[in-house]
Design a protein around this ligand. Structure first.
Ligand code: 1GP
Length: 237
């Protein structure tokens, strides 16, 4: 089954999904079996750095869960993964992040036949300068500016994106607010991903209850992999 069909089917069955974000340069190999067990999806990537190909090969020996590239850089592309979040940073006004980097890698992606899922990526201020903000040389949308966040998400859908990702930034002090999640998901018809600064099962469940279809957790599991089982989704909220 394709990644998009899996996400859409889960949504129609009201099944929420936990995506564990693995940074190839930071993840500890001994934590992978547990994290892969708890996750519904494994996102691979980071704002900088490389090593996704090797991580995909390691994970193939551990899990059959979908391995999804969530790249911060073009050189993180590997056709060995199952799917690629082909994202455009719609909160940015930097053309490199809107179309430049996508153009640079487009031919390789097309020729690889990997499933590329068009995604609108919306960076929201999480109270710290995020590495994605630095790496993309673009400003996040202010957390209070719900109208702009919602309008950007609607624009994503109208542009043909299949997913919207509300990102507070890795290690954000403040995750995307529940009010923002409610406002966005009441106005778009495509699946919603939320990530950045989610550190407890309660925060994860609250994001789901507000309307997120997928919650992404990275930083917390890097620091406290031993807590992963507490996040297992019992389907459901
Ligand atoms: C970052 O949204 C993801 O791109 C996950 O954020 O690392 O804070 O969990 P955290």
């Amino acid at each position: 089954m394709s990644l998009l069909s899996f996400i859409q089917q889960s949504r129609s069955e009201k099944r929420k999904l936990l995506a564990v974000l693995l940074d190839p340069e930071k993840v500890k190999a001994e934590t992978l079996p547990l994290l892969a067990d708890v996750a519904d999806l494994l996102f691979l990537g980071s704002s900088t750095g490389n090593g996704t190909g090797e991580l995909v090969r390691t994970l193939r020996g551990i899990t059959s869960k979908p391995l999804v590239l969530f790249p911060g850089q073009i050189d993180q592309f590997t056709e060995e993964a199952d799917a690629l979040l082909f994202l455009s940073v719609l909160s940015s006004r930097n053309p490199e992040m809107l179309i430049g980097r996508q153009t640079a890698v487009a031919r390789r992606v097309k020729e690889s036949r990997i499933e590329a899922v068009p995604m609108g990526y919306i960076l929201i201020d999480g109270g710290t300068e995020s590495s994605v903000s630095k790496a993309s040389c673009s400003q996040p949308i202010a957390a209070w500016d719900t109208d702009t966040i919602v309008d950007t998400a609607i624009a994503a859908q109208l542009l043909g994106k299949q997913l919207v990702y509300l990102e507070a930034g890795s290690g954000a002090k403040h995750p995307v607010s529940l009010d923002t999640i409610v406002a966005v998901c009441s106005r778009i018809d495509i699946p919603l991903i939320v990530g950045g600064g989610i550190r407890t099962p309660e925060m994860m469940r609250a994001a789901f209850a507000a309307g997120a279809d997928i919650v992404v957790i990275g930083n917390h599991f890097e620091q406290h992999p031993e807590t992963a089982l507490q996040f297992r989704i019992q389907n459901q909220i």
